[in-house]
Write a protein that binds this ligand. Structure first.
Ligand code: ARG
Length: 557
C-alpha cells in the first residue's frame, strides 16, 4: 500500500542504517486513534537503543506529510495517522479505475495446482463433500484473481478394491433393467448388496470380488470397460452437481491415472533407503519427525493412499512444474498429508505443498454419519435450498433462477464464512437469514445498491467525476473499501476464504450505517453525486468479492 511506502521512506531517512522491510501501516483499531497506525517505531527504538517516543519523533520529522491531515505519537511510540480528504478521494478514484477493484496481480507468471472436491466414484455426493468443493473453489477463484495460472484438478477416487466388489455385483446382483439404465444410485445399491455378500462367512463372494479386481488390474478388456462405464457415469453425475454449484475443473485425473507409476515410487524409496520391510509390508519410518510410520506397500502387495499421492505429486511436478500445490480435504487426513509431504521433500520435490484441512459439518445439530444413514445427498440439499429460497423470493416476483442463486449462495456462504478448520453446524434459518452474516444478506445489499443506482435518472455514475468524502460514515466506508485488495491477499496467504467473507460482511455493515445516515437522492447534486460514487464502488467491491467466493450477484431481488 502506498502509505506503507511513505512511512517506510520516513524510517529509512531517519535511520539510514536500519532495515525497515517489515514496516507496516495498518488500519487503526479504533477510529478515535486516526485512520491508520504504525507500531514499528518501538522495534526500531530497540534496535537503535533509544527511547521509543524519540524514535517515533524522528520518523515523524522525516515523514512526507502531504497525504496526512494529522500525525500523532501516542502511548509508548505508536504513530497514529489521519489521512487528508484529498488523499482519500484520490485513492478511491485510483481503486475504482483499476480492473478487479485493484486486486494485485502478484501471481502473474506463477503456476499452482489445486486439488479439491475429489469424491470417490460410484457414490453420490453428500453433504460431507460440500466443504472441499466450496472451499477449494473459492481458493481457486481467489488465486486466479491474483493472476496465478491455476490448474484445478479433481483427484477422483477411481481405483481400489471397491471396483472388484462393484464389478461382481453389477454382473450378478443388478437386474437387466438396472444395468441398462445404470446410474450412480444403482451403482451405490450394487455396492451395498455386493459388499454385504462379501462379508458372508464362506468367503466365496469375497474371493470372487478379489478375482474381478485382479482381472481389472491386469487390464482385462471387459472389466476395464465396465470400470470405465462406472467412472463415466460418476463423472457425469458429479458434473451435474458442479454445474449447479458453478464449479469447473481443468482436469479430472483420478487415482487410477497414477497407478502404473506406483511400483517405481516404492522402488525409488527402497533405493534411497527410505522404505524398509516390516512384517511383509514396505514402510517409511518417520518416527524421528514424530510422524509415525507410513506404509507405502501393503503386505498383500497392494499400494495405498500415501503411494498414490507420492506418484501423483511427481507427475504434477513433471508435467506442470507448479510453484505450489494445494490440497483441500477434511482435517482427519492431516497426518496422511504431513507424512507424505515429508517423504516427497526427501524425494526431491521442491514445490511448496500445502494442505488446507477443514472441520466437520453437522446438519441442524446432528452429526452426519454414513452408518446411521442420515447422509444428506448434496443434490437434495441444493434442491431444498432452492425450494426454501423460492418461498422467500416468489412474493417479489422472483423466479426459480433467482431462487437457485440465493439458495446455493446461502449454502456456500455458510461454509465460507467460517474458518475452514472449525466444525460447523448447518441450519436453514441461519443460512437463509436476511439479516446477519449470511449469503442472502450480502446478495440483498448488492441488489439494493444496484436498484439505488438505477433510480437516479439521467445520471451515469461512471461519468461522475469526483469522490468527495466528508462525513465520518463516508470516511469509514471509504477506508474500508480501500482495504479490499489487501483482504483478497490475506485470504490467499492464509488459504481462508473466510477472511474475505468477514471483510465483505464488515463492509456491508459499514455501508448500511453510511446509507442510514446519509441521504442520497434527496441531497443536493454535488453531495448526491459524490455519495453515488461511493455506493457504486461499494457495489463493485461487493460483487467482485462475492464472485471470488463463487456466490452469484443478481441485480434484482
Ligand atoms: N478421494 C479422497 C476422499 O474422498 C480425497 C482426495 C484428496 N486428494 C488427494 N490428492 N489426496 O477423501
Amino acid at each position: 500500500m502506498e502509505l506503507t511506502a511513505i512511512v517506510k521512506a520516513a524510517f529509512e531517512k531517519a535511520f539510514p542504517e536500519g532495515d525497515f522491510s517489515g514496516v507496516r501501516v495498518v488500519p487503526a483499531t479504533d477510529p478515535k486513534f486516526g485512520d491508520y497506525q504504525c507500531n514499528d517505531a518501538l522495534k526500531c527504538a530497540k534496535q537503535f537503543k533509544m527511547n521509543p517516543r524519540q524514535a517515533a519523533q524522528k520518523v515523524v520529522e522525516n515523514l512526507d506529510t502531504a497525504c496526512f491531515e494529522k500525525v500523532e505519537i501516542a502511548g509508548p511510540g505508536f504513530l497514529n495517522l489521519t489521512v487528508s480528504p484529498a488523499w482519500l478521494n484520490g485513492q478511491l478514484a485510483t481503486l475504482s479505475a483499476q480492473p478487479k477493484c485493484g486486486i494485485p496481480q502478484s501471481g502473474a507468471g506463477k503456476k499452482i495446482v489445486i486439488d479439491y472436491s475429489s469424491p470417490n466414484a460410484a457414490k453420490q455426493m453428500h453433504i460431507g463433500h460440500i466443504r472441499s468443493t466450496v472451499i477449494g473453489n473459492a481458493i481457486d477463484r481467489i488465486f486466479r484473481a491474483l493472476g496465478y495460472d491455476v490448474i484445478a484438478d479433481n483427484h477422483l477416487g477411481d481405483w481400489g478394491t471397491q471396483f472388484g466388489i462393484l464389478i461382481k455385483g453389477y454382473r450378478e446382483l443388478l437386474s437387466q433393467e438396472e444395468r441398462d439404465n445404470l446410474s450412480v444410485p444403482y451403482l451405490e445399491k450394487c455396492y451395498v448388496l455386493s459388499a454385504a455378500k462379501a462379508k458372508e462367512e464362506d468367503g466365496v463372494w469375497k474371493e470372487a470380488c478379489k478375482q474381478e479386481l485382479v482381472k481389472l488390474q491386469q487390464g482385462d478388456p471387459e472389466n476395464l470397460a465396465l470400470w470405465k462405464k462406472f467412472i463415466d457415469i460418476s463423472i457425469n453425475e458429479f458434473n451435474r452437481m458442479y454445474d449447479k454449484l458453478g464449479v469447473k475443473f481443468d482436469t479430472y485425473r483420478g487415482e487410477s491415472y497414477y497407478n502404473d507409476t506406483m511400483p517405481g515410487i516404492v522402488a525409488r524409496l527402497q533405493e534411497m533407503g527410505l522404505a524398509v520391510e516390516s512384517e511383509g509390508a514396505q514402510v517409511v519410518n518417520l518416527e524421528e519427525e514424530k510422524l509415525g510410520v507410513a506404509i507405502v506397500r501393503k503386505s498383500d502387495g497392494g499400494y495405498n493412499y500415501t503411494t498414490s499421492d507420492l506418484a501423483c505429486v511427481e507427475m504434477r511436478v513433471k508435467e506442470y512444474d507448479p510453484e505450489r500445490i494445494i490440497y483441500v480435504t477434511d482435517a482427519r487426513q492431516q497426518l496422511h498429508f504431513k507424512q507424505w509431504f515429508n517423504i516427497a521433500g526427501k524425494m526431491g520435490v521442491t514445490a511448496k505443498l500445502v494442505h488446507v484441512p477443514f472441520g466437520l459439518m453437522s446438519f441442524q445439530g446432528k452429526a452426519i454419519s454414513t452408518r446411521e444413514g442420515n447422509l444428506i445427498k448434496l443434490d437434495e440439499l441444493l434442491a431444498e435450498a432452492q425450494r426454501r429460497s423460492f418461498e422467500i423470493v416468489k412474493d417479489r416476483g422472483g423466479d426459480e433462477t433467482l431462487a437457485a442463486q440465493i439458495g446455493i449462495g446461502a449454502v456456500k456462504y455458510t461454509d465460507l464464512s467460517h474458518d475452514p478448520i472449525t466444525d460447523i453446524d448447518f441450519s436453514w434459518d441461519k443460512a437463509l437469514a436476511l439479516e446477519g452474516n449470511s449469503g442472502p444478506y450480502l446478495q440483498y445489499a448488492y441488489a439494493r445498491v444496484c436498484s439505488l443506482l438505477e433510480k437516479v435518472e439521467g445520471v451515469n455514475v461512471d461519468e461522475l467525476k469526483a469522490f468527495d468524502v466528508v462525513t465520518p460514515q463516508e470516511k469509514r466506508l471509504a477506508l474500508q473499501l480501500l482495504e479490499f485488495p489487501g483482504a483478497v491477499v490475506r485470504a490467499a496467504e492464509a488459504y481462508k476464504p473466510s477472511v474475505l467473507a468477514d471483510y465483505l460482511f464488515q463492509t456491508a455493515q459499514l455501508y448500511s450505517s453510511f446509507y442510514q445516515n446519509s441521504p442520497i437522492l434527496k441531497s443536493e447534486e454535488t453531495v448526491r453525486n459524490a455519495r453515488l460514487k461511493l455506493c457504486s464502488l461499494f457495489g463493485e467491491v461487493l460483487k467482485t468479492g462475492l464472485n471470488l467466493l463463487g456466490i452469484e450477484t443478481p441485480r434484482h431481488i
